[in-house]
Design a protein around this ligand. Sequence first.
Ligand code: SF4
Ligand code: SF4
Length: 191
Amino acid sequence: MMQQPIVIDDRKSDLSKEVLLHSAQDSSLCFQCGKCTAGCPVAFAMDLTPNQIMRMVQLGLIDDVLNSQTIRLCAYCSTCSVRCPRNIAVADVMDSLRIMAAERNIPGTDRSRKVNIFNQAFLDTLNMFGRSHEVLAMLLFNLRSYQPFHNAKLGLKMFNNGKIKLKPDRVKAVNEVKEIFQRINRLRKGA
Ligand code: SF4
Ligand code: SF4
């Protein structure tokens, strides 16, 4: 993808400028063709479509954008970026918005909070075993979201059908995976 020149001018909203500085992507180039949304595999579950997010960034609607589920549900698959006729890496815009929401401690809607809790539960099992462990991730998610029996029937059914394992698989290089997490934590703390 061709690198865009970074141009910060007063016609851009403050949000648009901040996104540009974070991601080097100029959302003001978006002309609302909708191709990003048409190709997004997660759009069906989003509260705002990717092209709506782009328009709202142009308009500077920071509260709506940073509180949206969309920026938390985005899987960073980059389908939108590849499809964009204006060469905007929409996935990077989504990522920068997610970072901006985290920097401001904006937890989002109740559903967005649950997405964050789920992501963290998944990452915690990755840190422990070097790979994800569905049962523990679901258990952590249920406990942390105060719904201990959420999807219990489904979990039992999957267990009975041999779809999930109680015992976690641990990768050999688990300490190297832990080191990656430690490095990320150090970076977060600015150490
Ligand atoms: S990167 Fe995010 S917004 Fe773009 S297509 Fe993938 S899930 Fe959708
Ligand atoms: S594909 Fe690109 S130009 Fe089209 S709506 Fe999405 S971001 Fe805007």
